[in-house]
Design a binder for this molecule. Structure first.
Ligand code: ZN
Length: 410
């Protein structure tokens, strides 16, 4: 199966966090991460491999095989303690059901655009590390071609693997992003070719997954026994906007550019997500807006998180008098909300996506933060920041997607 995509810069990490060649593992990791959230949302159990991963039960498998059972039955016996995510992506004793080859992966120099000078040092520090030099870093940008080699035990399984991979790519291109550092705007993806004919939708793959979860074939746990994680489709929102070119011109000035000079005229995408999410000139900066206009709290205590910190991630360090305070290692967390880089859709407009997960049990001035409330905040902030004729396209709630799949299977 081949999938061809067009993308804004993709960050896949790798050696020393530098994105100097395309790492299949980075892409697979990102696919798995989204898949886990989807599995949990559909009522299934997905382990967190960073905590405790599933294991294929080799003993039961061998015992079943020696008892004259078919290979499929023996496999089922071994898979009793394997979650749907590990079934697809592999775990101890069980192979990933596909191999990924990236056949075409053009790169481009990393660069950013920001309206305030202070952000330049931040971005250089975040991406350049100690040298604070980002001029020689690269990201993947352009048309990428992924080739999947499916290695399932029978045709049904192979069809299922294909349906899940396709669903993931469709889901990512419609609602979220691919790769790492999505909170910095990387990884907005458009599918050019799926190689699987047309007419196949996200819901087809979701329905197939829902049926598998409820088949009793996998390790299965309802939400109450599940991991305490916000990364569950149930808490997910995604909003798309079209912005007029004029609303982004502050980022297109020469003085806004940092990184390789060869990218100073790049206008197919505008890497200004930091300003939009964090802080920028004029009304840009959701973090500042939440603090100054919405009275959300931001913690000054390295051992505690405020409301803003729980949604957008804590600051890594800040000044208190003459001292620099650093956040406690175990309080570090990435932003739950991501704002993609605006990318050009025609001569007049750019598209921008906001997506992410509502942190559980977060009390804000109106009560507990829900997907609807978070979406309302995002909409209000976008009006505030861009106050021109921005056009809101889709608002997608994970809970609606789930409801649709469940209703369909009643
Ligand atoms: Zn698992």
């Amino acid at each position: 199966m081949t999938i061809k995509i067009k993308t804004t810069p993709i960050w896949t990490g790798g050696v020393e966090g530098k994105c100097d060649r395309l790492h299949e593992t980075g892409i697979i990791g990102s696919l798995r991460w989204w898949y886990e959230a989807i599995v949990r949302g559909l009522g299934g159990y997905a382990c967190d491999p960073a905590e405790e991963s599933c294991k294929f039960d080799t003993k039961s498998y061998e015992k079943s095989l020696s008892g004259d059972n078919s290979l499929d039955n023996a496999l089922s016996a071994g898979l009793k303690e394997v979650c749907p995510a590990c079934w697809l992506f592999g775990c101890t004793g069980w192979k990933r059901q596909f191999q990924l080859q990236i056949e075409n992966a053009p790169i481009t120099p990393l660069h950013f655009r920001t309206s305030i000078d202070m952000n330049k040092s931040w971005l250089r520090l975040i991406f350049g590390g100690e040298s604070q030099n980002i001029d020689n870093l690269h990201v993947f940008f352009g048309d990428l071609r992924f080739r999947f080699l499916i290695r399932a035990s029978n045709t049904d399984s192979a069809d299922y693997v294909r349906s899940q991979l396709l669903m993931l790519f469709l889901f990512i291109s419609k609602y979220e992003g691919l790769g790492a550092k999505l909170q910095h705007g990387f990884g907005q993806v458009q599918i050019l070719e799926t190689g699987s004919g047309t007419g196949y939708g996200v819901n087809d793959g979701l329905k197939a997954l829902y049926r598998q979860i409820n088949s009793g074939k996998f390790k299965f746990l309802r939400a109450e026994g599940s991991l305490d994680t916000p990364y569950n489709l149930h808490n997910f929102i995604s909003l798309d906007y079209d912005l007029p070119v004029s609303s982004l011109k502050i980022f297109m000035q020469n003085s806004s550019h940092i990184g390789s000079n060869s990218k100073s005229l790049e206008d197919r995408y505008i890497p200004c997500a930091f300003d939009i999410r964090y802080k920028g000139k004029d009304k840009f900066g959701m973090r500042r807006w939440l603090r100054e206009e919405k009275n959300w709290s931001e913690s000054d205590n390295p051992k505690q998180l405020g409301q803003i910190d729980r949604l957008l991630g804590p600051r890594s360090q800040w000044k208190a008098g003459k001292n620099t305070v650093k956040i406690d290692e175990n309080k570090r967390a990435a932003s739950r909300l991501c704002i993609g880089m605006p990318y050009k859709i025609d001569d007049r407009s750019y598209r921008l996506r906001i997506f992410g997960f509502v942190p559980p049990a977060l009390q804000i001035p109106e009560g507990e933060l829900t997907p609807d409330l978070l979406s309302a905040y995002c909409q209000e902030y976008m009006q505030h920041a861009f106050n021109e004729n921005i056009k809101q396209n889709n608002i997608i709630y994970g809970k609606d997607i789930i409801e649709q799949i469940e209703a369909n299977n009643l």
